[in-house]
Design a protein around this ligand. Structure first.
Ligand SMILES: [Fe+2]
Ligand SMILES: [Fe+2]
Length: 192
C-alpha cells in the first residue's frame, strides 16, 4: 500500500482540485466518525482519501475498466454513469493506490449507493461523503449532528435524503439503496 502522503500526491495529480479538497474533507470526517464508533481511524482516513479515486476518469475509461474486469452491470447501473466511479473504485484503489485491505475496498465500492448490511467502516464512508465540511445543502447541519450522535440514524437519514432527491429529480433508484434503507428499519433502532 502507498503511504498516506503518497496517496495524497497521486490524488492531487489525478483529481480536479475541487474533488481533491472534497476527498480530504471525507477523510477527516471519516476519521472522527471512526474514533467515535470504535473502528480503525487509519482505515477510515485511507478509505476517505481513496473513495473517489476514479471520479475524474472519462466515461470511456470507466467503461473499459468495467469490461476488462468482467463486471456485469445491472440495467440501472448501465443507465446511470454517475454510479460507475463507485463500481470501479475498489479496482482503481487496488491498482493505483495499492490498497489490499478488503474492508477498505468494500467501503469505497459502496460509497455512492450504500448496500444491505454495511460494515461500520462502509457506513462511515457513505455518510462522510455526504456531510464532509465542503457539502452544502439544506439540512446538512442537522444530518451532521444526528450522525455524530448516532451513526445508524445518520446513515438512515442520509439514505432517505438521497432517495427523496432521486424521486423528485426523476432519477433511477438503485436497488442497493432501497435495500440499505430497509435493512436499517428491520435491524436497527433508527426510528426512535
Ligand atoms: Fe463518489
Ligand atoms: Fe465523494
Amino acid at each position: 500500500m502507498l503511504s498516506i502522503e503518497e496517496m495524497k500526491i497521486y490524488l492531487k495529480e489525478n483529481l480536479m482540485e475541487k474533488r481533491y479538497i472534497h476527498t480530504l474533507g471525507v477523510a477527516e470526517t471519516a476519521k472522527k466518525l471512526a474514533k467515535l464508533n470504535g473502528v480503525s481511524e487509519e482505515k477510515a482516513e485511507i478509505a476517505g482519501l481513496a473513495h473517489d479515486v476514479a471520479k475524474n476518469l472519462s466515461i470511456e475509461k470507466m467503461k473499459n475498466i468495467i469490461e476488462q474486469n468482467g463486471i456485469i452491470l445491472s440495467k440501472i447501473e448501465e443507465n446511470n454513469p454517475s454510479l460507475w466511479h463507485s463500481i470501479i473504485a475498489h479496482i482503481e484503489a487496488k491498482d493505483k493506490l495499492k490498497i489490499e485491505d478488503e474492508e477498505i475496498l468494500d467501503a469505497i465500492r459502496w460509497h455512492t449507493t450504500g448496500k444491505e448490511n454495511m460494515s461500520t467502516l462502509t457506513k462511515i464512508i457513505y455518510i462522510a461523503d455526504m456531510i464532509e465540511p465542503g457539502r452544502k445543502f439544506e439540512g446538512v447541519e442537522e444530518l451532521r449532528k444526528v450522525t455524530f450522535e448516532d451513526l445508524d440514524k445518520g446513515v438512515y437519514a442520509g439514505l432517505n435524503g438521497s432517495l427523496k432527491v432521486l424521486l423528485v429529480s426523476n432519477l433511477l433508484i438503485d436497488d442497493n439503496t432501497i435495500k440499505a434503507r430497509n435493512y436499517f428499519l428491520f435491524n436497527s433502532n433508527v426510528k426512535a
